[in-house]
Design a protein around this ligand. Structure first.
Ligand code: SF4
Ligand code: SF4
Length: 398
């Protein structure tokens, strides 16, 4: 329970205190109990863990699965894990995966059927996860990306029931960034590194990791009734002005570390008016059309549908899989592909992301997470490409 001095002045429990924006301190050793409380409520807790030389998202069995004492080193086309000495649990930035892995999965079986006599019987094809999911460690830019996918997949003319079923039960625990990678530019996109009080989508809990002289702790804020209920299950202490200052300083440090940015003034017009800019040839000479940028992007949502059957023809399935505007088949229509060159495909991706997306969905399709820069094998940098278009760089030059 929250220390009595806080509750006595404001409310009698976290559940009642939440509407009053009460903050508190959770010592790091209590984080395992918070995970346990979520598990007891029936959630599958998904969070960061180490695998294959990267920090990825996976189901957590215990607090030991979290990447304590690890950080990531990122640059265009470069990602390495490194040890850190302070034991920070969320002392990394963002890895190759985003929460779309769980909300908008890379592969989903839409249906399966089997032949019975002279007809087909459609089998039970439940696409909901077995348990509601709690996402631990959602960064501010990732929250913004979930809001973008909510807009695209739930709030438009067509409602995606697969995304909707996963999204409906998701419990969101945001963690504010206290460091940025050189590839981050959320500050210029207005999406981070702080988790705004009116964060969209709404979150249940917000954590800020503190590693100062008072030890390894978290500033924790409940932003929903169910977030408050989870906090009722762990031991917290009152927050002090010094704690709030430490948290604010950490997030400000992350913002000040950002060396990349996009100037969004008139960006839609910039893209629409530069369809024939020579810079597209320049980027096409480097782009491998590998589609990595779209796979790692937390907002890209395009899919294709594949039908399969076994050799007997008795069993058939239809799968939905992530697709990418970087593949030639993506723009295939009767008679051939519309975008046959790498130049056309890169231009399509960036123009959709930063311009047409605004017309379609009312916001940029980029949240400034920097993944497409880090995971591009040749280090193509969307911020640099915007700058080059804006400054006229690349005109007639390789
Ligand atoms: S921009 Fe980079 S990541 Fe994207 S398709 Fe081209 S080479 Fe691959
Ligand atoms: S375009 Fe790049 S920086 Fe922007 S959201 Fe996608 S992966 Fe992140």
């Amino acid at each position: 329970m929250v220390a009595e001095s806080v509750l006595a002045t404001r409310a009698t429990s976290w559940s009642e205190a939440v509407s009053q924006e009460v903050d508190a301190i959770l010592v790091a050793s209590e984080l395992g109990k918070l995970i346990g409380a979520l598990v007891r409520k029936g959630y599958a807790v998904i969070g960061p863990t180490l695998r294959d030389g990267a920090i990825v998202y996976d189901q957590l069995e215990s607090v030991q699965d979290l990447p304590a004492g690890w950080t990531d080193e990122q640059a265009p086309g470069h990602y390495r894990l490194k040890r850190r000495e302070d034991g920070a649990i969320f002392g990394y930035v963002v890895g190759p995966q985003s929460w779309k892995k769980y909300l908008h999965p890379a592969e989903v079986r839409l249906w399966s059927a089997e032949r019975q006599g002279g007809t087909f019987r459609i089998l039970n094809n439940e696409v909901k996860p077995k348990a509601p999911q709690a996402f631990l460690g959602v960064r501010a830019c990732e929250l913004a990306a979930i809001a973008v996918q909510d807009r695209v997949l739930l709030e438009d003319k067509y409602h995606d029931p697969i995304y909707g079923a996963r999204r409906a039960g998701a419990f969101l625990i945001a963690v504010e960034c206290t460091q940025s990678a050189p590839t981050c530019f959320c500050r210029s996109m207005g999406t981070g590194p702080a988790v705004a009080g009116e964060a969209k989508p709404p979150v249940d809990l917000v954590l800020t990791e503190l590693l100062g002289p008072k030890g390894h702790r978290f500033l924790v804020r409940a932003r929903s009734e169910r977030g408050a209920e989870i906090l009722d299950e762990v031991k917290t202490t009152p927050v002090t002005d010094a704690d709030l200052h430490e948290a604010e300083t950490g997030v400000e440090k992350a913002a000040s570390q950002q060396v990349r940015s996009i100037d969004n003034a008139g960006i839609k017009e910039l893209l629409y008016q530069n369809f024939d800019h020579p810079r597209w040839d320049n980027v096409a000479a480097r782009c491998l059309t590998c589609a990595n940028c779209t796979m790692v992007c937390p907002t890209c949502f395009c899919t294709t549908v594949e039908d399969t059957s076994d050799v007997t023809g008795d069993h058939a399935e239809r799968w939905r899989k992530w697709d990418s505007c970087f593949t030639q088949s993506f723009s295939y229509i009767h008679g051939g592909s519309v975008r046959t060159s790498g130049k056309a495909r890169y231009r399509q991706w960036m123009t959709h992301k930063l311009a047409a997306w605004i017309d379609q969905f009312g916001s940029s399709g980029c949240v400034g997470c920097g993944r497409c820069i880090t995971w591009c094998p040749v280090g193509i940098d969307i911020t640099e490409e915007v700058r080059a278009l804006r400054e006229g760089a690349g005109h007639g030059k390789p």
